[in-house]
Design a protein around this ligand. Structure first.
Ligand SMILES: [Zn+2]
Length: 112
């Protein structure tokens, strides 16, 4: 049973990597980076260094069980295998970017 779960998860992760769901947003000239991953119904903001993801599983799985949600696993794998899309922005766009991302995340959280 556990094997099946891992199997379907790795299949899901592979599909996400293949379709370029993991994005690295680089802000210049500061070099600040933001990782996002397009999930089934919305885009999640994840930070591997902090071990944070904006998805709901993060609250249920990561915070309570200490396990990584599959977005964080997916981003780690994308990094390792160079399977992510890089998008460059100027630093002046940083605030707008964060605001848009947060607005998107909170609107989805409130709906579900
Ligand atoms: Zn997640």
């Amino acid at each position: 049973m556990l094997h099946l779960v891992v199997q379907s998860d790795s299949e899901r992760i592979k599909n996400l990597l293949e379709r370029g769901a993991v994005k690295l947003h680089i802000f210049q000239p500061s070099g600040r980076t933001i990782w996002t991953i397009v999930g089934r119904d919305n885009e999640h903001w994840a930070d591997i260094e902090l071990g944070f993801c904006s998805c709901k599983s993060y609250y249920y799985i990561t915070l309570s069980n200490g396990k990584l949600c599959y977005h964080l696993i997916c981003i780690a794998l994308a990094k390792q295998n160079n399977k992510f899309v890089t998008i460059k922005f100027h630093d002046t766009e940083y605030t707008d970017f964060i605001n848009a991302l947060l607005a998107d995340i909170t609107s989805k959280l409130l709906v579900c």
